[in-house]
Every structure is written in C-alpha cells, then in structure tokens.
Design a protein. Structure first.
Length: 175
C-alpha cells in the first residue's frame, strides 16, 4: 500500500476513534450517529472501505446526519479537505469527480435547527423536543452564533464548498 493510501486509511480510522471518544461504542450507536445502515457503518469504522476511500455520497449522508457529533464531523470535514487537496494520491480527474458529487448546500447545524424551532414556536408553531438537539450537545459546531435568520452556513460547509469550487474551477487553493 502506498504512503498516500496508508494516510487515507489512518484518517478514515479516526472516524471510529472519534465515535468511541464521544461514547458511541456499539455498531448500532455508531450507525445511527453516522446516519448509515449498520453494514455501511461497519465498513467505515472497520476500515474495510475501497482503496479509493469514502465516496462523496457516503460523506454527504454522514454530514447530513442530525446526530453526528462535532468531533466526528471535524474528522470527516478534515478528510474531505485533505482529499480535495490531493493528499491521498487521487489524480485530477478523480478529484473533480469527487468534488462534483459533494453536496453544495450546507448541512444545518444543531444550533441552526434549534433556532429554527424556537422561531417557529415564537410565531405560534409547534416545537418538537429532541434530546439530540439540546444546546451544548456534542453535535454542535464550534463557533456557532445565534442569528435571527437561522440561515448562515456552518464554517465546515463553507470550507468544503470553497475547496470543492476551487478544484472544479481549476483555481489553486489558498488557505
């Protein structure tokens, strides 16, 4: 296995380590947190993925999970950014294909969902209580601020979108 592929496998292994760190120790818990079926979650956490790495579809699915803890989200976003930079040995054609399949719309954060529910309640709407969306929950993104519009994309989504757009436009990425 090449050094780049070993680096990629180690980064993907960090996902299972991050899940364990926040207390998701069983496969059903990990699958639920990642928003994946058990067999797919097993493939991710056991490192039995393809040599090409995690697919854009799989990444989109995990980032869209409302129960994804912040440390796991950080590892996934880091993986995406490193992959878009070519760190794992993919060629330009592979990177462009991967980038084009990443979701362009930002995934709402826990705070944005809570704020949306609170705004709906203040206008007379029903509010649903979910233990996974409580303020201070492990899925809250760092640096989130309350905004009246509840529409500001998370820093993670903006970072991924900028990296993806730069790759698709052929513009070198500046950090």
């Amino acid at each position: 296995m090449s050094v780049a592929k070993e680096r990629q496998a180690a980064k993907i292994k960090e996902i299972s380590e991050a899940l364990a760190t926040v207390g998701y120790l069983t496969l059903p818990q990990q699958a639920q947190a990642l928003g994946l079926c058990r067999s797919t979650a097993w493939t991710v956490v056991k490192g039995a993925h393809k040599a090409s790495g995690l697919s854009a579809h799989l990444i989109n699915q995990m980032l869209a999970s409302p129960q994804l803890p912040l440390p796991v989200r950080d590892v996934i976003v880091s993986y995406v950014c490193e992959r878009l930079q070519g760190t794992y040995g993919h060629n330009k054609k592979q990177l462009r294909g991967f980038a084009s399949r990443l979701t362009g719309t930002p995934v709402p954060t826990a705070t944005e969902i809570i704020e949306s529910l609170q705004h709906r309640q203040s206008r007379g709407g029903q509010r649903t209580n979910s233990p996974h969306l409580a303020p201070g929950s492990p899925m809250q993104s760092k640096g989130e601020k309350c905004s009246p519009q509840c529409s500001a994309p998370s820093d993670d989504a903006m970072h991924i979108n900028r990296a993806r757009d730069a790759l698709l436009q052929g513009v070198p990425r500046v950090e």
